[in-house]
Design a protein. Structure first.
Length: 244
């Protein structure tokens, strides 16, 4: 059995770009939402004529569908992910655009009949509505409220749990002129089996414990190491809206 120090060092050395989570195989598990985002998104992509994937990460989810529309564009803000997504998606005919999350989308009004996003940092519903054609659809999976709060609060103590509320996102989308077609949230069991998986998760999903480094949180990591396995619950929201 590898030591605490070896597990932490291994996780610290692992690259974090992209959204490939295969490194967790055998080290952590997470249940998946019942709506099967990638499969459902792929079905919509196959019927679209012009589609946009916002915050594509490393492009793995978009690359994993069988058919993309004639015009397919993806945005990403983090430079290492832009490079990875470009290498993965350009050969498939998808253009990757480097676009900061907080800035307006660099596309014309009504440019797309489908906009998708998996785990956007913060949905810009005004911009989504602007680039959608009338009758177009926004299909997304958002991070839901109090996601993985058991792990977050282990490191940070009690935290507000009112962020990413589906009701608030519904109101923001409707204020932007979108009609809600489907909105539901599921809580999903996660389990971490070794401390390396915890370190890698917090390095990769940077908004969980902002500024996380293993050196800064070494005492808490040692404490958690003695308690493993550790159970938490992620939260995911299916968000489907239409532009009238």
């Amino acid at each position: 059995m590898r030591s605490f120090e070896e597990l932490v060092a291994e996780a610290d050395a692992e690259p974090t770009e992209g959204w490939d989570f295969s490194w967790f195989e055998g080290r952590a598990t997470e249940a998946r939402p019942s709506w099967r985002y990638q499969q459902s998104m792929g079905g919509r992509m196959a019927e679209a004529s012009a589609a946009l994937d916002i915050q594509t990460g490393g492009g793995e989810v978009l690359a994993g569908i069988p058919k993309r529309p004639p015009l397919c564009v993806a945005t990403e803000a983090w430079p290492p992910n832009v490079a990875k997504a470009t290498a993965l998606l350009h050969p498939l005919g998808t253009v990757v655009v480097a676009s900061p999350n907080e800035e307006p989308l660099p596309f014309a009004d009504g440019a797309f009949d489908l906009v998708v996003s998996r785990h956007p940092v913060k949905p810009r519903f005004d911009e989504i509505a602007r680039v959608l054609q009338p009758g177009g659809t926004y299909f997304a999976q958002h991070v839901g409220p109090a996601s993985v709060f058991e792990l977050v609060e282990f490191f940070l103590g009690p935290q507000p749990r009112d962020d990413r509320q589906p009701g608030r996102e519904r109101a923001e989308a409707e204020a932007a002129g979108l009609e809600i077609v489907d909105l539901r949230t599921e809580r999903l069991r996660m389990e971490f089996f070794d401390i390396g998986a915890v370190v890698y998760f917090l390095r990769k999903v940077i908004w969980m414990v902002p500024g996380f480094t293993s050196a800064q949180y070494m005492p808490k990591l040692r404490e958690l190491h003695e308690r493993l396995p550790f159970v938490a619950h992620s939260s995911r929201t299916l968000f489907v809206a239409r532009k009238p």
